[in-house]
Design a protein around this ligand. Structure first.
Ligand code: AMP
Ligand code: MG
Length: 490
């Protein structure tokens, strides 16, 4: 082990901010024995932490609050946010506690946060706990997003217990340790705006600029530059979600990261059959956070952030930044979609082609991920390998016609079939985290078998590789998966 846990290079810069930003509060350990369910070596490396199974119990005790690292200064962050369109004046980490910030040998600083670590002053009526099921889902999905190259918080380890918690039924409490360079949210700014604590908005913005966007400090108005860069990152993030078929499920402004990370995994879902109106969250009756609404909700959330930053900038300048969001989103999205089709850049013709394909896929209920990946079988000049691609469509007439137009455009490019095929396989994943895959891991874990978490991490960390032994995870969801319902309850 390069670093033992005790020698982690801890700093507590967030705890040095005024005490109106957080509450110092220690995690509440489980009543029953803490059991290490999984340690993610890939995330451990970020803070130079290696896993050694001899230390499993020690790791479980640290990351469940039973033992404390000397230099840590645990705290829960304060924030507010717009939930389902309405401002909620106080939220905050109701079940998360940051232990401190570890600096790696590379000089990167990572906040170490426990989720499900007991009540805090912000718990409202909640028990401060997270259940095994939702913790496994967040654990797997944050690593799946990382594997797909989409900015995200990371998952370091999962610690389980036999403590009973009550959701719709009795479940067991689990703590997830996550890492992020910052967990600050849009809502962290909103709370000070609505409380009229304008000095605190500036202090928080200065903190974020100093630690995360130091180049902005020399701009004419660093705060406006901050809004600009967060707008850019959010536009790019949501374009990546759309291109991958990912639905967040609860895009409240308190779940939007100031660093443009995917943050707070709850009732998320990767789309299987292509359906632009896909709603992954069973509690979202109005479809506010439906898949195809995500880009506009991104703008709504950025407007909430801009509103909160208004004391630091001219309103017209803020509006100008917000007005740039749509075109930034579209340019990222169209490029990513052109790439999925095997083109290095986009054009009006390619966009028309991509829209036609999506509409055919919707009519035919095609699997979003598998259909794009199968495009590598299409050749510029022959039809010999096309059968598999065509077999994915219930009605192949429409797509045969589409293929003709596709090949016509391919013939205008200079990539060989082989080059294009490799390109397509490099941007269209073979594996996404289908709900049923997480469910298999959860069901096994409920019987103390954690092996599937490890199996899934192998493929999710490298989702573009073949992993033939896991081919079954590319298939349509089994019939029992129809009953899986994910909601905000976690
Ligand atoms: P989420 O929907 O998980 O993003 O959470 C929204 C807000 O509710 C945040 O302030 C959470 O900290 C809080 N929260 C969610 N679940 C619990 C819980 N079991 N106990 C306390 N607070 C919770
Ligand atoms: Mg949240």
């Amino acid at each position: 082990m390069k670093h033992t846990l005790e020698s982690l290079n801890f700093s507590n810069s967030f705890a040095e901010l005024p005490d109106s930003f957080y509450s110092l509060v220690a995690p509440t350990p489980f009543d029953t024995r803490a059991q290490l369910i999984h340690f993610n070596m890939a995330a451990g490396k970020l803070i130079d932490l290696d896993y050694d199974h001899q230390h499993a119990q020690f790791i479980a005790d640290i990351f469940s609050g039973k033992s404390t690292l000397k230099k840590s200064k645990p705290l829960a962050m304060l924030y507010a946010g717009h939930q389902f369109g309405h401002y909620v004046p106080q939220l905050g980490d109701g079940r998360a506690i940051m232990l401190g910030e570890a600096t790696s040998s590379k000089g990167d600083r990572w906040e170490i946060q426990l989720k499900g670590s007991g009540q805090t002053p912000y718990s409202r009526n909640g028990d401060g706990r997270a259940v095994l099921r939702s913790s496994i889902r967040e654990y797997l999905c944050s690593e799946a997003m990382f594997g797909l190259g989409i900015p995200t918080t990371r998952a370091l380890c999962l610690v389980g217990s036999k403590d009973e918690v009550y959701r719709e039924q009795v479940e067991t409490a689990t703590m997830l340790t996550r890492l992020a360079q910052s967990h600050v949210r849009f809502g962290s700014f909103e709370i000070f705006y609505y409380r009229n604590q304008h000095d605190d908005i500036r202090i928080l913005a200065d903190y974020i600029i100093k630690h995360h966007y130091p180049d902005l400090a020399s701009q004419d108005n660093p705060y406006l530059a901050l809004l600009e860069v967060v707008t850019q990152r959010t536009a790019r993030l949501i374009a990546q979600w759309q291109a991958t078929g990912f639905s967040h499920g609860v895009m409240n402004s308190d779940n939007m990261s100031i660093l443009g990370l995917t943050l707070d995994y709850g009732p998320f879902g990767f789309m299987e059959d292509y359906n632009p109106g896909y709603i992954c969250n069973h509690s979202d009756h109005e479809g506010r956070y439906a898949f195809n609404k995500q880009p506009e909700i991104g703008l709504f959330n950025l407007s909430c952030l801009a509103q909160a930053l208004l004391p630091l900038m001219e309103v017209d300048s803020a509006k100008e930044v917000l007005a740039s969001y749509q075109s930034q989103f579209l340019s990222h999205y169209h490029l990513l979609m052109a790439n999925k089709l095997g083109f290095s850049k986009t054009s009006d013709e390619i966009q028309a082609l991509q829209n036609q394909l999506l509409s055919i896929m919707q009519n035919n209920q095609n699997d979003y991920t598998n259909t794009f990946r199968a495009l590598c079988r299409v050749s510029k000049s022959t039809t010999s390998n096309e059968e598999y691609f065509l077999s994915l469509f219930k009605n192949s007439d429409e797509v045969t016609e589409w293929l003709g137009r596709y090949k016509h455009l391919l013939n205008n490019t200079n990539k060989t079939d082989k080059e294009r095929c490799n390109f397509i396989l490099g941007v269209n994943p073979k594996y996404i985290l289908r709900n049923y895959m997480a469910q298999v891991a959860i069901k096994k874990a409920e019987n103390d078998d954690f092996s599937e978490i490890d199996n899934l991490l192998k493929i999710l960390h490298n989702p573009f590789a073949e992993h033939v032994e896991y081919n079954h995870y590319t298939g349509p969801a089994p019939a029992w998966a129809d009953d899986i319902q994910v909601s905000c309850s976690s």
